[in-house]
Design a protein. Structure first.
Length: 754
């Protein structure tokens, strides 16, 4: 059925239903609903992760199908959380780690009952990085790779709906339509997903017919691909797989590339999935129906949300495939529909005038009948509409007033980089007039170090993605910079955004933290001074006596005829005073043992993250970038949380100080964790500063050695003392690319099962 026919049918059905309700009253349809057993799913939450960027054609089909299934089963639409990972354009691990941080903060108060991954890449992200924000619970994967992954995690049971394709049946259809075909050219892009697609097609064709003359395109620029298909020899057919990017790295919508290839090619183009049909120039093939896949996933999700969990860690639900072809393309290439399989679906079929317009005629008659009942209602609603318009006008005035008096910075901008409307808070925050701010691109007011990130954020908004909790610095009229935290959403080419000025808050937090550190330092100094004075006084007496008696013994022994009894008495005094000194030492040891900090079982990753959260505001003010690369599945350790946090903080501050005069100009700290074996856990703190003097690297942790002006001196010695007290070791080395890395090794808690 054509799209226009489905729209007409929906319109007619809606009009007929409205007519029935007017005649029989609003309670006419209640009996059926009351006979159905209702299960409340309104509180269930579902996370839907998409591998690629927003606006992919297949996502529109899948998301609409999923939303219809969830809402019809009773789920609240506001509890559906759609996220677009954009992994094709951002393949690096640092970007993935950033996504994890965003999702962990965004959903730390949400517990999801189900996660849905669309395409294989989002499934891999969910199984690996997703443990930080979705550690357990059922998963449904739609359009996964044709070969299912190995999965044995019973805490995260997986229902896998693979992206099924029938290459052989599609090629058989090519030969059925064009028996004189001599060669099949297979077109694919350059992304890993494109090449995996091509490898699968190549393996299927070789397994089917070794003598088949097939050409598989290597990674090429799109221009070269179009030039190639424009000069193909006669009796050639094209099998289009997928082109999400070409060899230059430029990304595309696969259906757009199919359309360009069809326009340039001198041979018919066949495909493997139904989003290529329509106006994209593809003849057809044995294809996967994406809407049906969304419905199948929706049914499986409803069973899970109603409490019927999978009994196995991995369940595979293979997809049915349907021969689907386009009537216009068949006619364009002179192909006979009679040669197609009997169960084939032919789109854009020519229909008679009655078949084409009968739904409109029926809908028109129903509309005329219903219109008679609506006229009276329209007169009544006309008066109500006027009242509503007056109320709306008042609300608009109230919103304008709020826009003017709020302390937050509100704006409307476009994706070209210009402000279109600003509230007065901008003038108060930056000192410029609104006319001055709107006369230039807002990029000109952004701090140079934040410019690239800001451009990336605008690109995300231009792709219809949202930006949450984004921070950058804007230059004020007096030359200073203000820290702003942004939340923005796109509507077409417009950007609606609000910002909050964080500068004073960050400055206050930094000053408060500095005062707390100074107070704690003064308290430690005072306590240490009292203890040192007391111990010095107590141990000075026996040590002085030992020295005096030793000198007396020396004088006696140097005489001509020393009195042996006198010498014996002096030696006895020395032994007694030595015992007194030993008693003082034992008191110190007992005191230290008594004051030993309380130990607990700790997660080193969590300990590092707690330190970073404490210094986040100050690091932003200092322009210091801190990156965490924390190993998953790390064993726990036994230790004192505050002491280990102090070690991590000392090493971060040491790196920050070393980078103050660094020739490279980098202000970046990298924290990593690893577990090289089952017995130890390691942490690394890497800076890009001036490095360590190789001649004195062995003395780096001595109590009174200092690497001034960049080092911490006593801080490193104290850190090593703490690590040794925990049974570990501490090392330092220079990096080949500049700066230094401090590594600490701690014994793993052997009783930990994680």
């Amino acid at each position: 059925m054509l799209l226009s026919e489905r729209i007409a049918l929906k319109t007619s059905f809606t009009s007929l239903l409205f007519f029935i309700l007017l005649v029989f009253g609003p309670g006419a349809g209640l009996g059926l609903a009351q006979t159905q057993t209702q299960v409340d799913l309104a509180s269930k939450r579902v996370l839907i992760l998409h591998s690629f960027a927003y606006a992919q054609p297949v996502y529109k089909i899948i998301d609409e199908s999923l939303a219809d299934s969830f809402v019809s089963s009773g789920l609240n639409f506001n509890n559906l959380y759609f996220e677009f990972l954009d992994l094709a354009r951002n393949p690096d691990q640092e970007y993935r780690n950033g996504l994890v941080d965003i999702f962990r903060q965004k959903y730390e108060r949400h517990k999801f009952d189900l996660a849905v991954a669309v395409h294989q890449q989002s499934l891999e992200f969910l199984l690996k990085e997703g443990q930080n924000f979705y550690p357990e619970g059922p998963i449904i994967c739609i359009l996964g790779d044709p070969v299912a992954p190995e999965h044995s995690d019973s805490k995260r049971p997986l229902i896998f709906l693979p992206f099924s394709i029938d290459v052989v049946s599609t090629v058989k259809a090519i030969f059925a339509l064009r028996p004189d075909t001599k060669k099949v050219v297979v077109i694919a892009g350059s992304l890993p997903v494109d090449r995996r697609f091509l490898d699968f097609v190549q393996a299927e064709l070789k397994a089917w017919r070794q003598d088949l003359e097939a050409e598989f395109t290597p990674p090429l620029p799109l221009g070269e691909i179009l030039k190639k298909v424009a000069h193909l020899p006669p009796r050639t057919a094209i099998l289009y797989t997928n082109v999400a990017a070409d060899s230059t790295g430029k990304t595309y919508m696969p259906r757009d590339v199919a359309r360009m290839i069809s326009r340039s090619a001198k041979a018919p183009v066949f495909g493997l999935y139904e989003t290529l049909l329509g106006d994209n120039g593809v003849v057809g093939g044995v294809m996967l129906n994406h809407r049906l896949e969304g419905e199948r996933a929706g049914r499986a999700a409803e069973e899970i949300l109603r409490g019927k969990l999978p009994s196995k860690p991995l369940t595979i639900l293979k997809a049915p495939l349907t021969p689907m072809f386009d009537r216009q393309q068949l006619e364009r290439w002179g192909l006979k529909a009679s040669a197609l399989p009997p169960e084939s679906i032919i789109l854009n079929r020519r229909v008679s005038a009655w078949e084409h317009y009968k739904l409109y005629i029926i809908g028109g008659l129903v509309f005329i009948i219903a219109q008679a009942f609506l006229i009276a209602g329209l007169l009544f609603h006309r008066r109500r509409r006027r009242s509503a318009e007056e109320s709306l006008s008042e609300k608009i005035q109230e919103l304008d007033q709020f826009f003017a008096v709020t302390s937050d910075l509100l704006c409307i901008a476009n994706t070209d980089g210009y402000f279109l409307r600003l509230n007065p808070a901008w003038e108060r925050a930056l000192g410029y007039s609104r006319e001055k701010l709107m006369a230039k691109q807002f990029f000109e007011f952004v701090h140079p170090d934040d410019l690239v990130r800001t451009e990336d954020a605008v690109s995300t908004l231009a792709s219809q993605g949202k930006v949450m909790y984004f921070e950058n610095r804007y230059r004020a009229k007096d030359g200073t910079y203000r820290w702003l935290e942004w939340t923005a959403a796109p509507v077409g080419k417009l950007i609606y955004a609000g910002a909050r000025d964080l500068t004073e808050r960050l400055k206050t937090e930094s000053e408060a933290r500095q005062r707390r550190e100074e107070l704690a330092h003064m308290t430690r100094i005072a306590t240490m001074g009292e203890l040192t004075t007391s111990l010095a006084h107590e141990i000075n007496q026996p040590l002085t006596a030992i020295l005096s008696n030793a000198e007396a013994a020396q004088r006696f022994l140097s005489g001509n005829a020393p009195d042996i009894s006198e010498v014996r008495q002096i030696l006895e005094d020395i032994v007694r005073d030595d015992r007194r000194a030993s008693d003082v030492v034992r008191k110190v040891r007992a005191l230290v043992k008594k004051e030993k900090p309380h130990e607990e079982i700790l997660d080193l990753n969590e300990t590092i993250q707690e330190v970073i959260s404490l210094i986040r505001g100050e690091s932003l003010l200092r322009g210091l970038s801190i990156t965490m690369e924390l190993s998953q599945g790390l064993k726990r350790i036994r230790g004192e949380r505050v002491q280990l946090q102090q070690v991590i903080l000392n090493l971060i501050l040491n790196g920050a100080a070393a980078m103050r005069n660094s020739p490279s100009g980098q202000r970046k700290i990298i924290l990593r964790t690893a577990m090289p074996d089952g017995r130890t856990v390691k942490a690394f703190v890497t800076d890009f500063g001036t490095g360590i003097d190789e001649k004195n690297i062995e003395r780096l942790f001595e109590p009174f050695y200092t690497t001034k002006p960049e080092g911490l001196g006593m801080g490193l010695s104290i850190s090593q003392t703490i690590i040794k007290a925990h049974g570990g070791t501490m090392e330092a080395s220079n990096n080949p690319e500049g700066g230094a890395t401090f590594a600490l090794t701690l014994p793993a808690h052997q009783g930990d099962a994680s």
